[in-house]
Design a protein around this ligand. Structure first.
Ligand code: NDP
Length: 327
């Protein structure tokens, strides 16, 4: 197969990560480090293009586009409260989507498949920092058991397909992601988009900006435009069935309180007025991940967007796109 005929299919192409991959590729010059290769076609699909929980629908999509590479992002995704409420559905839907994508990729001889895990799937009781070898070392936190086990099985299935069929399939493990095109729903979404939406409403309605929980849990947040570049690097450079953590360094971990204050500043809300509802669940206290494997393989410093700047850009995006944003 010549390079001219390469077709890269991105599932979940309209989501937080998919839209950032598209933005980065469309901004970077062709053949540059994070740009398209000459002659390469990128296709971004969403649920209306194919229901990936359904094998026939998934297979028809693979036959239509004949991808040579696949970045599989599509997933049922959500924050703590959505996971607690729909744990069974998280398992069933994600497991079905992942299995269909892996099977179809093998059936049409996809040259490379990258599937997406998450640091949320690691054991609840563990030592820190966590690394790529520790995914299966104990049960995940109960709050997201369905999501976690479905994702863990992707790691297993990917390695087994590499072993038995020689497939060039791999998995990546991002930490908490945020940025433009996120789901800003306050009940179902992740922490940063939820905080941005809450702060927006507090300012609009002249009410309190209340953060759920104590603000003390720690997270490594990665901006979606930065993660998009790391995905493009993985596609070009990383050919190993074993997972790789894609994250900001451990020392860039911040508390939920730090994140809330960055949101307040990004939105122009007085930080001294931020309140905390400590009756709400804090979730896992931390999940510090070690990204030395990426650092070593990348071989030069990766310029992550400073957290405060990335939060501000996301706040600006939300304000400018309030009418059409997922919320
Ligand atoms: P989003 O929720 O932003 O987007 C999900 C995408 O999946 C959408 O394009 C959606 O399409 C598509 N999708 C959902 N269900 C189906 C289905 N049944 N059939 C086809 N497509 C479907 O996800 P993110 O960009 O946040 O997540 C990307 C990946 O990163 C996921 O695998 C997630 O598990 C992982 N991840 C996310 C983290 C985060 O903080 N967000 C952290 C770590 C990992 P539509 O809009 O049409 O429904």
């Amino acid at each position: 197969m010549t390079q001219e005929s390469n077709v890269v299919l991105v599932t979940g192409g309209t989501g937080l990560v998919g839209s950032a991959i598209r933005k980065v590729l469309e901004t970077a010059p062709v053949d540059s480090e994070f740009g398209k290769k000459a002659g390469e076609t990128w296709i971004y699909v969403r649920s209306k293009d194919a229901d990936l929980t359904d094998y026939e629908s998934t297979k028809a999509m693979f036959e239509k586009y004949k991808p040579t590479q696949v970045i599989h992002l599509a997933a049922m995704v959500g924050g703590l409260f959505k996971n607690l409420k729909y744990n069974a559905e998280f398992y069933t839907k994600n497991q079905a989507m992942n299995d269909n994508i892996i099977r179809c990729s093998k059936e049409v001889d996809v040259q490379k498949l990258i599937s997406c895990l998450s640091t949320c799937i690691f054991p609840d009781k563990t030592t820190y920092p966590i690394d790529e070898t520790m995914v299966h070392n104990g049960p995940p936190h109960h709050s997201n058991e369905g999501y976690a086990y479905a994702k863990r099985m992707v790691e297993v299935q990917t390695r087994l397909y590499a072993e038995q069929y020689g497939c060039n399939f791999t998995t990546v493990i991002p930490t908490n992601i945020f940025g433009h095109d996120d789901n800003f729903n306050m009940d179902d979404g992740h922490v940063i988009p939820g905080l941005i939406h809450k702060c927006y409403l507090a300012m609009r309605d002249n009410t309190d900006f209340v953060v759920w929980g104590t603000g003390s849990p720690l997270r490594q947040f990665i901006y979606n435009d930065d993660l998009a570049k790391l995905f493009i690097w993985t596609l070009r450079e990383y050919d190993d069935p074993k997972p790789i953590i894609l994250s900001v360094p451990e020392e860039d971990e911040v508390s939920i309180k730090d994140a809330a204050l960055a949101v307040a500043r990004g939105m122009g809300y007085p930080v001294e007025n931020v309140k905390y509802d400590t009756t709400k669940n804090d979730g896992q206290f931390k999940k510090t991940a070690n990204s030395d494997k990426f650092k070593k393989l990348y071989g030069k410093p990766f310029e992550f967007t400073p957290f405060e700047e990335a939060v501000k850009e996301t706040c600006e995006w939300f304000k400018a796109n309030y009418e059409n944003a997922r919320r």
